[in-house]
Design a protein around this ligand. Structure first.
Ligand SMILES: *Cc1c(COP(=O)(O)O)cnc(C)c1O
Length: 431
């Protein structure tokens, strides 16, 4: 990234002089694009020239979002998709397809654990879960001949546990494995995993990146450093018709044709083109607008989240507060290295009493909205055990710290004192 983060958040990836001088990225509501001439059409189809032809594969509004997020994360390229789950699924399957295995903690977003535990196996992709992703001996003990990737969330949802990315990336690379990181919770403003050795970064842009709870979306970013021809990934070195020139009799594999961009090209040309989880240009536009204020929003939300977390540690009926920023988790010593600007905008806390007390707290808030989302400008409250982590098997749910009395908050841009007063009155009325 040549520009500072706040500048790139507004300018990267978009050149107004190529768009009739429009200062705000236009919404290209066009399914397809004129190929102009038979010669250019042939070159476009062969991938020998750049340009747009069909919006399932690429669209100018979506392209600006992809370039901006790649710049903010420090990657060589990105593919925007229709949701965070599409990003997680495409990245993991693209690495591990054809019978591969993934190593991952179970301390993850609910739908990600569920996919890896009970759905990807239907496609022949299995996961070896570890109890503690920061225990390198445990991780190393799971590496076998079929392992194709190590996956983790940089900051886990909802526990806010921090992954020690640098030694994990080093271990992965010693074994010819890529490190894939879900960086949704901190956003690239607080943490850029590629700077610590991650090879692939995924996001749910639904959350902090778009930031206003108005568009579902996701993105896969490629650091462009991993050697996919190292022998572990036959699907990257096999010749594929879709990128070959049949008429010229020239065959290509992704690794040989695209080099350090092999992964992100494969996500677009195989996964996006086939499974079609394409973001609409309108949603990409909302994400672009959201990104413009990412640094300011997240900085303010972290400040408020810290104040709320601190207050909760002293509040009646609150037994425990999970917020790595407070210094009450084993990963606190990782904070200065990875998250000097703060751990993020979500936190969770445990209350005493039973399910009925939890229900009354959820029903009693007036400023917090009862919503299964995070990273919104509005503050949100939810009970993960019954909502966001409901489909996760109990064993993994408990490993992620999601018990029945856990309440998760996502802190928005309202006044901190109003949020604290709202929680105080809801808790007081619940017992
Ligand atoms: C929300 C979320 C996802 C899934 O994103 P969607 O946009 O809802 O599909 C994946 N990972 C994390 C950490 C999330 O918070």
């Amino acid at each position: 990234m040549t520009q500072a983060f706040a500048t790139a958040a507004i300018h990267a990836g978009y050149d107004r002089f190529q768009h009739d001088d429009a200062v705000s990225t236009p919404i290209y509501a066009s399914a397809a694009f004129d190929m102009e001439s038979a010669v250019r059409g042939d070159a476009l189809a062969a991938g020998e020239t750049t340009g747009f032809s069909y919006s399932r594969v690429a669209n100018p509004t979506v392209d600006a979002l992809e370039r901006r997020i790649a710049a903010l994360e420090g990657g060589v390229g990105a593919v925007a998709v229709a949701s965070g789950m599409a990003a997680v699924s495409f990245a993991l399957l693209c690495a591990a397809e054809e019978g591969g295995r993934i190593i991952s903690p179970s301390n993850l977003y609910g739908a990600s654990v569920d996919a890896m535990e009970s759905f990807f196996p239907h496609f022949g992709v299995h996961t070896d879960f570890v109890k503690n992703i920061n225990d390198l001996d445990e991780v190393a003990s799971k590496i076998g001949p079929d392992t194709r990737a190590i996956f983790a969330e940089s900051v886990a949802n909802p526990s806010t546990e921090i992954t020690d990315l640098e030694p994990l990336a080093k271990l992965a690379h010693e074994h010819g494995l890529p490190l894939i990181v879900d960086n949704t919770v901190p956003t690239p403003y607080l943490l850029r995993p590629i700077e610590f050795g991650a090879d692939i970064v995924v996001h749910s842009t639904t959350k902090g990146i778009t930031g206003h709870g108005n568009a579902i979306g996701g993105v896969v970013v490629d650091a462009g450093r991993f050697d996919w021809a190292n022998g572990r990934f036959p699907h990257f070195t096999a010749n594929e018709q879709v990128i070959s020139d049949e008429r010229g009799g020239v065959e290509h594999s992704f690794a040989e044709r695209f080099g350090n961009e092999a992964f992100i090209r494969r996500v677009r040309i195989k996964y996006l083109r086939t499974f079609g989880a394409v973001p609409s240009p309108f949603n990409a536009y909302l994400s672009l607008v959201g990104l413009e204020t990412l640094p300011q929003r997240v900085a303010r939300e972290v400040e408020t989240a810290t104040a709320v977390a601190r207050h909760l540690t002293r509040a009646p009926h609150v037994v425990k507060v999970n917020y790595s920023g407070l210094g009450n988790t084993p990963q606190f010593d990782l904070l200065p290295k990875y998250l000097p600007k703060g751990v993020g905008t979500i936190l969770s806390f445990l209350v005493d009493g039973d399910e009925s007390n939890v229900r009354r707290i959820l029903d009693g808030t007036k400023v917090f909205s009862y919503v299964p989302n995070i990273g919104d400008a509005r503050s949100l409250i939810v009970d993960p055990a019954r909502i966001t982590h409901r489909e996760v098997p109990a064993e993994y749910r408990l490993a992620a710290g999601v018990t029945d009395n856990l309440i998760r908050l996502s802190i928005g841009l309202e006044d901190a004192d109003d949020l604290i007063a709202d929680l105080d009155q809801a808790i007081a009325g619940a017992y």
